[in-house]
Design a protein around this ligand. Structure first.
Ligand SMILES: CC(C)(COP(=O)(O)OP(=O)(O)OC[C@H]1O[C@@H](n2cnc3c(N)ncnc32)[C@H](O)[C@@H]1OP(=O)(O)O)[C@@H](O)C(=O)NCCC(=O)NCCS
Length: 173
């Protein structure tokens, strides 16, 4: 798409544009985020969120924010489908008028390129390296699952989270 740029999401950028980023992030049908959640650096005593401000991206169309993806380095967790460390796509959202125009696909391409180029910065990981994500398995979310599959992910299993079941998707870079 002409005029589309995928740029690195720094914490300073997120602070300045928090309201707009949250409006787009909260298009995802999960409990809405607050500014504090958006701007946190990590949680669970630093276990989650590593590298968030180095691995996340914003889509700008003629300098207007039209999408974002928040990613971080996820450690392997015994007893889960996350059997190795991975670069984890925690959220991916494109503003409504700009959906189905390739913006999401371009953001995923940037995440994959970044993973290929830099590997993981904080977690010691053997090659090959995985990029992972998870999303609601419900019928109404099949469009999102289809999106990830079109972007090269495959479903590696399902996991219970709170009151729902998510599919976990992964691809090797
Ligand atoms: C899911 C989302 C990020 C996809 O971004 P997008 O920019 O609209 O997707 P793209 O245009 O890059 O789609 C690439 C391909 O994925 C598939 N795809 C994307 N959205 C789809 C949908 N709703 N239904 C079926 N297939 C879909 C298509 O094959 C599409 O190619 P095509 O349009 O040429 O057929 C976006 O729709 C969105 O933000 N949705 C609301 C928030 C959300 O639920 N996010 C996901 C949870 S983390």
């Amino acid at each position: 798409m002409e005029g589309l740029e995928i740029v690195w999401l720094s914490k300073d950028f997120a602070r300045v544009w928090a309201d707009e980023l949250l409006r787009i992030k909260n298009l995802i049908p999960t409990p809405p985020w607050t500014k504090d959640i958006l701007l946190n650096d990590s949680w669970a005593d630093g276990k989650y969120g590593k590298g968030k401000w180095e691995r996340s991206w914003v889509a700008l169309l003629n300098e207007q924010i039209v999408g974002l993806t928040l990613c971080w380095e996820k450690p392997a967790e015994e007893g889960t489908l996350y059997t190795t460390n991975s670069l984890y796509i925690q959220s991916m959202a494109v503003d409504t008028p700009w959906q189905r125009k390739g913006v999401g696909w371009q953001m995923v391409a940037r995440v994959l390129d970044d993973a290929r180029e830099r590997g993981l910065l904080y977690l010691n990981t053997p090659n090959p390296m995985l990029v992972t994500t998870q999303t609601n398995s419900a019928d109404w979310n099949q469009g999102v699952i289809n999106f990830y599959i079109k972007c090269g992910f495959r479903i590696i299993g399902a996991t219970e989270i709170h009151d729902r079941t998510d599919v976990v998707l992964a691809q090797t870079v």
